[in-house]
Design a protein around this ligand. Structure first.
Ligand code: 2AM
Ligand code: CA
Length: 265
């Protein structure tokens, strides 16, 4: 049996509790597809409901910690050094469209450093978790990044810019370079799960720009604890503030960075 710290148990418990209602809501999205108003408002309500449950559960267990949450923003705690970074539903567009690929993401930041993270896919019951120094797990089993070395056999994930997200002029050349040298590119629509999949060795790497701190905070801990490397696309370390991320196995992080930045490996 895997054993977890008290904070990890708090995070996993909160996610499992919030997931009960979220799954029920997801089951109703399908029926809403046909209604004229569509599911968007309903999903916003589900998002807010999920965040409220997470806020209550985490706040009850750790009353001193602060929060950074997608829907309700920043909330200072009496312990200024600790805060939860929470995305109630990462992959909202999938949720709206009845595609079962989304997750609850919770990270713990202590003294400005990410120390723990969980990404929970409630439909497939996949609990990805990691704590600094303790490794990364998927449903109580240890996970590691992929050992694949060959770029030609490697699979990468990315996020395709949408609705004119700014500053992404370089996306098409980057994608062209990666597709010309790798086994393929996937775009599944949840940054948190993309990072969890890198941690679990499913993708060799992942890059995306224009994200928010709550999309990636937990996934960063997962990839690092699974033995992978995480930086901004330009190589810097300010992922949470810039929303730029490049995560990969140690063997391929430099190569993926080269492909994305300058079009060759
Ligand atoms: P979300 O589902 O919580 O919105 C997909 O490319 C990733 O981008 C998802 O993790 C998604 O998170 C995030 N995302 C979606 N809309 C966004 C926006 N307007 N700004 C930043 N990130 C966004
Ligand atoms: Ca998100």
């Amino acid at each position: 049996m895997a054993s977890y710290s008290a904070n990890m148990n708090v995070m996993m418990g909160a996610a499992r509790k919030a997931a009960v209602r979220l799954k029920r809501d997801y089951g109703e999205v399908d029926q809403l597809q046909v209604s004229r108003k569509g599911p968007a408002d309903f999903v916003t309500a589900a998002d807010i409901r999920t965040e409220k449950i997470l806020r209550e559960e985490l706040g009850r267990a750790r009353p001193d910690f602060g929060f950074l949450m997608e829907e309700s923003g920043e909330e200072a705690g009496s312990d200024a050094a600790k805060r939860w970074i929470v995305d109630p539903v990462d992959g909202t567009t999938n949720f709206v469209h009845g595609i079962a690929h989304f997750a609850i993401s919770i990270a713990l930041e202590e003294d400005g450093e990410l120390t723990a993270g969980i990404v929970f896919d409630p439909i497939n019951e996949l609990m990805f978790s990691a704590e600094k120094g303790a490794g990364a797990m998927l449903n109580d089993r240890r996970i590691r990044v992929s050992a694949r070395q060959s770029l030609a056999e490697s699979l990468f994930a990315t996020g395709i810019p949408f609705k004119g997200r700014k500053g992404q002029d370089n996306f098409l050349p980057a994608m062209e370079a990666v597709m010309n040298h790798s086994a393929g590119i996937r775009r599944f629509g949840s940054a948190a799960l993309d990072l969890a999949y890198v941690a679990a060795g499913r993708y060799e790497g992942y890059w995306e720009n224009g994200l928010q701190a709550w999309d990636i905070a937990a996934g960063i801990v997962l990839v690092r604890e699974a033995g992978g490397l995480v930086s901004e696309v330009n190589g810097g370390s300010g992922m949470l503030s810039s929303g730029s991320i490049l995560a990969a196995t140690p063997a391929l992080h430099g190569t993926l960075g080269n492909l994305v930045r300058r079009g060759e490996p």
